[in-house]
Every structure is written in C-alpha cells, then in structure tokens.
Design a protein around this ligand. Structure first.
Ligand SMILES: [Zn+2]
Length: 591
C-alpha cells in the first residue's frame, strides 16, 4: 500500500492539485490562497510544495494530496486513491489492491449513475423516440457536440425499462432506489418502478466529473413537474453542486470571473456560445456552499438569472449573499422576456457582446428602481429610497456609497443629508437581516495560536540541522505526548545529509493522522513566522521558549501543590501537610 501511495505522490504535486480549486500566489517558499474549506475574505490557506502539504490556519484543515482531496471533494480515502491512481495512470490491479480496497457506498452509487448515463445516451442517439428528442434539442439551438460533451440522454417512457437494464447489470434494487433512479411500490422495496420516465436527462456531475445525479426535463406539454431532479442522496445535494462546474472550472479561473445562470439549458447555450466560464445553480436559490466553491477561483460574479419577477428576486438574494463574501457583482441583462438559450438562438447581437457590457449589479438595481417609480412626488421619492436604500447600505466601500448618495440627491432633487437620513431611518425600522447575514460568515483568518511547546518543536523540525550542529537537545519532560513522539521520530531518523523536505516526507507516512496535522500546523506556522530569522536569532528564540516552558511548568506545579496543601489542611492531615510543604520547599529551592 505505501508503495502505491508514494508512487502517486511522486506524480501529483500538491500545488498542481490545489491549483485546480484555488488561485495561489507565491509568497517566499510557500503559496497562499483563499481556503476552499471555509468562506473567508483574506487568505489563510498555505501550500508548501517542498513538504507536499497544505494547511488552513483559519479552520485548521489540510494535509497531503490525499487529505486535501478527501476534504475538498468530500470523499473517503479509497475513493481518493482510485481517483488519483486513475489520473496519473497507476494501476491498482498491478498492486493487487483492487480487490482489497472495498468499494465505498458512494463509489457504487457513482457506478450506477454512470451505467444509466450511457443507457440514457444510447436511448437518445439510437432509438426512434430518441430521434424526436434530438430534433427538439437541435431546434433549441444545441449542437451535437454539446449534447455529447454534457452526456445528455433520454429516459424511456416506461415504468421498468431503466431498472430492468440496471438489474441486468447486477445492481441491487436497494442500490437503484438509493441513487434515486427508482421508487419502491411497497415498504419492503421488493417491487420498484422508474422515477424518470419520458424525460430529457441532464447528468449532474461533481467537480471531478463523476455523475452524482440527474435533472429530467418534461418533453410534453402537461407533463408535471417541468423539471424533475434526483432527490437528495448521499451523493447528490443540490445546494452543494454547480451544473457544468467540472468543465467550466478552468475557464472561470483563467478569467477570474464566473457567470451564474439558473437552468441547464441556459448553461449549455452560454457555454456553446463562447461563455465557457458559466455554471448553473440547478434551479435552486444560490447557496453559500455554491459560492464558496467559486470564491477561491473568481473575484467577479455575473448573475445571469431570468429577468422575470422570480428571477429578479433570486438575483437580489444572490447579490446579498455574494456581497457578504466580497465578490464584485455584475448582472447580465438580456432584452425583456428572453432567456439565455432563446437569446443565443434568435438574438441579432452576440451574447458575448452583451456579457462584456454587464453593468454592476448595484447600478442596474438603481436604474430599475428609478424607472419603476416616477420621481416627482414626495411619496415616489420615499419609495425609491426605501427600496434602494437597504442595498446601498450593504456596499462596504464608503466612497462608492457616497457617490450614490450624491447621485440620488441630484436625481431626486434632495439634499445629501436628507437622502442619508431617510435611508438610515428606514434601515433602523426594519428588523436588520443584514446583521444576521453577516454573522454567517465569520472570517476566522489567522486565528490559530500556538503554545511555546509547539513552536519549539516547529523550530526544531524546520531547523533540525541547526539543532544538531549546536548539540541542542530538547528535554523530554517538557513535551506533551504527541510532540514527544514527533521529536523522537525525527531524532531517530535524522542524518546530517538529509534535506529538510526529504526528511519531512519520509516521516509523514509513518505518523498518525493527528500527528500529521500537528507537524503540518507547526512547521507551516514556524515557516511563516520565523522564515527570515538568522541562525543566531533562532537560537535565541529557542532559549527563550525553553525558559518559558520551564517557567510555565513550575508555575503549574506550584499551583497544584498549593491546592493539595489547602486540601490537606482542610482534612487536618498533618502527615500530608508536611509532605506537601517539603515538595514546595524543594521547588522554590530549585528555582
Ligand atoms: Zn479554512
């Protein structure tokens, strides 16, 4: 097993893997970016290519390539092993591991989904009914290439065809129900029927391109609902996924900008027409989780929701959420009544041109409010201020906010102070949802604080040679159990010709998960804090730390003895009193 792991590690670099999720900036010997595990505004996520690890000082998560992928894709170790082995062409069969690695529940679920994806594709491309569906897709403006690329398919209009196919492939009834492809007719689950019947099927994939669920679109007029989705399963959680993300991810990163649309068809149409940095939020309200997938790779968010009332409301909610996460937010404005798919097909102007002209969301909102009400009467003016004001207050830049106040004053023929007072008054009278939204995203950047023991061991791990050359030994009795283990392992394995990084990587695999976390934390922390210290200052710091730890230990011991003394006095135990007093005396003497 360890052979396979080191084999894969030698082929996948941590910075390359992390770069697929986070924009990294080189800072000295490490790289920094926004943490993909928690929502944050300032980077506290560090990658060390030398050590082959990453760590977030905000949420205290990270590790090597395996730990990272497990955390970011929410996978188990076996699944990550399989994904990485496939990616770099390491054959698990060769290592006789394929049998030993039990397939996880989720891996099996993906297998069912991928089998049925091919089945649906075959029904689309190779049946008579499929021809009609294909006809429909082509008239909606999609090309065969797009249809293939996104693996669209057709679910036959039958209660049993799909599950019969899967049963023949030896998937169990309970598995087919579990992935959401069939429903049970009774409690025992012995009799099942297909969930998706007579629908156009959009496979939804996770960030790694594995099919985790489906959206099924109705094909005849009165078929309800218009869109039927996979129910929430272990694999498919609508609010955590973005449709098209697996293909758009790199383009989003390149442009530092993402277009978010509502539906599958909009996403495909935009992608096909050159807006390849597009994702869809699966027809739900945009969630914080979805935004936190995007934040580490894009600063600007362009909202491309429908311009009907529901779409406008969804846009406003998305705007508030995205503003909290410090995105720059724009809005794509298409001519009234057209969705993206329609526009791409029939519009006389190219969508790319419209996209490039997307105004800031706040500006579009202002225009909208101004146009909605006249602005002659006092009541109209008040309506404008009460509707636009709350959004204005959310803008963090005071310069930008003041700019708008000036403009509004001019447009409404009011004094700036009047505008300001009215907006503030409105905000106070409303139960402030703003504060609540704020509390969701507590920016925890750089909260980690290490004790002197941890820093001392961190200094030792980062400067083993210096300690060795100066014959500095750390006394075992000042270390906690975990730190002792780490220190001893290093002492045993260190040879003067070892490079720091080589030693680190060699020791890594033999440590427990807990100790792996600990050495990631302490070495990266020390690297950040003491990276540019001279040897002399480092040795100085070591002295201070040792002194500090001894002082802390003695203080703790004294405190304990005094408590013991109090206890003995209360019990009137003269023998014990004498014993404790002796100890205290000895301790003071040693001081
Ligand atoms: Zn974090």
């Amino acid at each position: 097993m360890s052979q396979v792991i080191s084999d894969i590690k030698s082929k996948v670099s941590i910075e390359e893997l992390v770069s697929q999720y986070v924009v990294l900036k080189q800072v000295g010997r490490t790289l920094k970016g926004l943490c993909p595990f928690h929502a944050e505004k300032t980077p506290s996520f560090i990658v060390s290519p030398d050590k082959g690890i990453c760590w977030c000082f905000g949420c205290n998560k990270g590790g090597d390539i395996f730990n990272f992928l497990m955390e970011v894709e929410n996978l188990e170790f076996n699944e990550v092993l399989k994904v990485l082995a496939e990616r770099v062409g390491v054959d698990l069969e060769n290592h006789k591991l394929a049998d030993r690695l039990k397939k996880s529940d989720k891996m099996l679920m993906v297998e069912v989904n991928e089998a049925v994806t091919s089945f649906y594709e075959e029904k689309l491309w190779q049946t008579k009914k499929g021809d009609q569906v294909m006809e429909y897709l082509l008239t909606r403006g999609l090309t065969e290439q797009t249809i293939k690329m996104f693996k669209l398919g057709y679910a036959p209009d039958s209660f049993s065809e799909t599950n019969n196919f899967l049963l023949k492939k030896n998937f169990s009834k309970s598995k087919i129900i579990q992935v959401g492809l069939a429903l049970s007719k009774d409690i025992s689950g012995s009799s099942i029927y297909d969930r998706f019947r007579g629908r156009l099927m959009f496979p939804v994939m996770d960030g790694l391109g594995k099919v985790v669920g489906f959206g099924g679109r109705a094909l005849i007029q009165d078929q309800e609902p218009k869109y039927l989705n996979t129910p929430e399963t272990k694999l498919y959680q609508k609010g955590n996924l973005l449709y098209g993300f697996q293909l758009a991810k790199n383009n989003i990163k390149k442009r530092n900008e993402v277009l978010i649309v509502e539906g599958y068809m909009d996403m495909l149409a935009a992608f096909q027409n050159g807006l390849d940095n597009v994702v869809a939020c699966n027809g739900t309200a945009l969630t914080q989780k979805q935004l936190s997938l995007l934040k580490p790779i894009a600063q600007t968010l362009v909202l491309g929701f429908d311009r009907d009332n529901a779409g406008r409301e969804a846009s406003k909610r998305a705007f508030e959420l995205a503003l909290e996460m410090n995105f720059d937010i724009k809005v794509l404005i298409l001519p009234e009544g057209k969705d993206i798919a329609e526009f791409c097909q029939k519009g006389s102007i190219k969508i790319q041109k419209i996209y490039a002209q997307s105004p800031l969301f706040i500006e579009a909102l202002y225009q909208e409010v101004i146009n909605k009400y006249g602005h002659q009467s006092i009541s109209e003016k008040r309506k404008i201020l009460s509707e636009f004001g709350p959004y204005l207050l959310k803008i963090k830049s005071s310069i930008e906010r003041d700019e708008y106040i000036k403009r509004i004053a001019l447009d409404l023929d009011l004094m700036e102070v009047q505008v300001y007072d009215e907006i503030k008054l409105n905000s106070m009278s409303k139960n402030s949802g703003y504060v609540q939204a704020n509390a969701i995203i507590e920016d925890v950047g750089n909260i980690v604080k290490l004790g002197p023991q941890e820093i001392l061991i961190g200094l030792y791990l980062e400067n083993t040679k210096l300690f060795f050359n100066n014959k500095i030994n750390i006394s075992q009795d000042i270390l906690s159990e975990n730190l002792k283990t780490i220190y001893n392992t290093y002492q045993e394995q260190y040879t003067p010709k070892d490079k720091k990084e080589v030693l680190f990587k060699r020791i890594w695999d033999g440590l427990t998960n807990e100790n792996q976390s600990l050495i990631s934390l302490v070495t990266l922390y020390v690297g950040e804090k003491y990276g540019d210290f001279s040897n002399e200052s480092l040795l100085d710091e070591v002295d201070k730390l040792v002194e500090r730890i001894r002082y802390d230990n003695i203080t703790n011991l004294k405190r304990r003895l005094h408590r013991e003394l109090q206890h003995a006095e209360k019990e009137n135990d003269s023998q014990l009193i004498e014993k404790v007093l002796q100890k205290i005396k000895k301790l003071s003497f040693n001081d």
